[in-house]
Design a protein around this ligand. Structure first.
Ligand code: HEC
Ligand code: HEC
Ligand code: HEC
Ligand code: HEC
Length: 485
């Protein structure tokens, strides 16, 4: 029996040896060829701000990303240009009197232009020109470029934020790109901005443990959110500790007695909402159904059987067949009509709130001049703060009328309610003083409104031209010399 069985085993052993050797050879071959291909990929440094370097390894994503320089698509609400929104709505000059937004506020453009647009904005002033000082801290650069992530990493967030805007000019030069959202080793998504990490951590959420799906939205929430600059160090902070609704954030600010500026006409202690795109998105039908920003803004492209994400990051309305129609079988015209009808309703309510707010600011100044009692004025100013915070929160959020139509209408209508309460209180004040409310000035054009609040726009414009012709070329020359671009 033993002999027989060993005879049977001999060919079995030989087969096994041949199989194992073959398998080893195959494994080695696979390893060699794959490392051959891997070697062809260039090694990318962490936080490499130049997207062209990443583009050598990921040409498809890079090519679509480069398309974001192309602004040829215009929808009804998305102009794809630097449309002057203060000229469109001069009421906003009055609403922001005493604050840099009253100088200049333009429609957003694509990621490609963020660095150009902030340099050109009158809101950052013209530091260095004719003795002009910096109006803004370096914190303003955080959402404009992957160079900001690189510098935050190098200096630490606190030192970066408290530096002056102009001191970082020679460093912040590349357009929002790959390093803002990706880890270079495996191209997984990553969070590069400490403010988001810190805000979530205060809410008990560890961003490193977020699911890949949630991260598809969180990468956008690094920048498309409400924020403020905390304290003297201008530390970038998201006011999310109490929650993400308009009231939660208002409570946060009220508790800390935070005021962004004192209104130059009414004297009200104002808050400026930034762009709570992510927060409002969470409250709308899409956020509630766990969609990601990328589902609509980065549709999949299929080319020769290979799928990749469109990195142009623009309006989903440009090509509804790759965005909305991925999930909805409705016709394009009917989908488009839904987007537009929501926008129209929200524009209508906004159009009713703005003039009420303007009136409230102007009448408050008149009431103060006529000797209204300080406690009554304080109460009116508080209502104005609340009403304008709601107005701003709703209108500053890009795309809110589609992302969260119901929530946006709710916020605007509670703003309208408070503006009307302020006007009613002002009416009572004038009655008590036995005076008729004064006639209000005609501020129907941007230039009238800006000169009414004491802005000398021609001087600001000349300084800006000098700044762009003299300071910025120096920044760029330094960046080139240091190999930043
Ligand atoms: C590093 C900050 C940052 C990140 C991250 C970021 N954005 Fe932006 N985004 C901006 C800025 C700044 C602008 C406005 C640029 C301008 O007007 O110059 C903008 C503009 C846009 C626009 C307007 C484009 C247009 O043509 O009008 C869309 C849409 C957009 N972002 C979507 C997204 C989505 C979706 C994500 C996540 C996948 C995202 N963004 C991530 C900062 C960022
Ligand atoms: C604003 C954030 C953002 C920027 C900037 C960005 N990406 Fe992406 N990228 C994403 C998101 C979101 C996805 C989808 C990931 C998913 O589905 O899990 C993605 C996916 C990818 C993928 C996976 C394959 C695919 O196409 O879906 C690659 C590769 C990639 N990006 C490369 C790049 C390169 C190269 C750049 C720079 C030229 C870049 N990305 C810039 C957010 C970004
Ligand atoms: C269900 C689809 C969908 C999802 C999901 C979505 N968006 Fe949008 N978004 C749109 C549409 C539609 C518009 C309006 C575009 C237009 O009017 O051309 C828009 C507009 C915008 C705009 C305004 C662009 C401008 O120049 O005014 C920004 C910025 C934006 N979205 C960012 C985001 C971010 C950030 C997220 C995730 C937090 C997100 N979107 C999720 C569909 C979507
Ligand atoms: C990734 C899938 C997906 C994409 C892409 C998408 N949607 Fe939706 N959409 C949904 C889901 C899920 C709901 C919620 C359905 C529900 O409440 O049962 C929804 C709801 C809606 C609703 C009804 C909202 C309400 O008040 O209940 C409209 C209108 C709509 N989508 C239009 C669009 C348009 C326009 C686009 C393109 C800009 C789009 N959707 C893109 C998945 C998607």
């Amino acid at each position: 029996m033993p002999i027989l069985s060993s005879n049977k085993r001999a060919p079995l052993m030989i087969g096994l040896i041949i199989f194992c050797s073959l398998a080893t050879v195959i494994v080695i071959l696979v390893f060699l060829t794959s490392s051959y291909f891997m070697d062809k990929k260039r090694k990318i440094a962490r936080l490499e701000p130049r997207s062209s370097i990443w583009g050598q390894n990921y040409p498809k994503e890079y090519d679509t990303w480069r398309q974001s320089a192309n602004l040829n698509y215009k929808s009804r609400s998305l102009s794809g240009s630097r449309r002057d929104l203060l000229a469109d709505r001069p009421a906003m000059v009055i609403l922001w009197a005493g604050y840099a937004f009253s100088r200049d506020y333009k429609a957003p453009r694509s990621h490609n232009y963020a660095v150009f647009d902030i340099r050109e904005s009158l809101r950052v002033g013209s530091p260095g020109v004719e003795g002009q000082r910096d109006l803004q801290p370096a914190t303003c650069w955080v959402c404009k470029s992957p160079d900001a992530a690189r510098m935050i990493d190098e200096l630490g967030p606190a030192s970066f934020y408290k530096a002056s805007f102009s001191s970082m000019g020679p460093e912040i030069v590349n357009a929002i790109g790959c390093a803002d959202c990706h880890n270079p080793n495996d191209l997984t998504l990553t969070i590069t901005r400490p403010a988001l990490r810190e805000a979530l951590s205060r809410r008990g959420i560890d961003v490193n443990k977020a699911t890949p799906k949630a991260t598809r939205t969180l990468v956008c929430a690094q920048c498309h959110v409400e924020y403020y600059f905390q304290g003297e160090g201008k530390y970038l902070t998201f006011p999310w500790d109490k929650g993400l609704t308009v009231e939660d954030m208002e409570n946060y600010y009220d508790e800390r007695q935070i005021t962004d500026w004192t209104h130059a006409i009414s004297g009200a202690p104002m808050l400026k909402a930034q762009h709570p795109d992510y927060e409002l998105f969470l409250m709308g039908p899409f956020g509630q159904n766990d969609l990601s920003c990328a589902d609509c803004h980065m549709p999949l492209i299929t080319e020769n059987g290979v799928k990749y994400s469109d990195h142009q990051l623009e309006s989903p309305l440009k090509n509804l067949s790759t965005t909305c129609q991925n999930c909805h079988k409705k016709e394009e015209a009917s989908l488009l009509k839904r987007v537009q009808s929501w926008e129209e309703r929200i524009r209508e309510l906004r159009g009713r709130l703005e003039p009420e707010l303007v009136k409230a600011h102007l009448l408050t100044r008149a009431a103060a001049e006529k000797g209204a009692s300080p406690p009554k004025l304080t109460a009116v100013r508080k209502l104005i703060r609340e009403a304008q915070w709601r107005w701003d929160f709703a209108v500053a959020s890009h795309g809110a009328s589609f992302h969260a139509p119901m929530e946006t209408l709710r916020i605007l209508s509670s703003g309208l309610e408070r503006a009307n309460m302020a006007l009613k209180a002002l009416n009572d004040i004038f009655q008590e003083l036995n005076l008729a409310p004064p006639d209000l000035p005609d501020l129907a054009a941007k230039a009238q409104a800006q000169s009414y609040i004491g802005l000398n726009m021609p001087v600001l414009a000349v300084q800006k031209r000098k700044f762009l012709a003299e300071a910025v070329p120096e920044w760029l020359a330094a960046a080139r010399a240091n190999g930043r671009i």
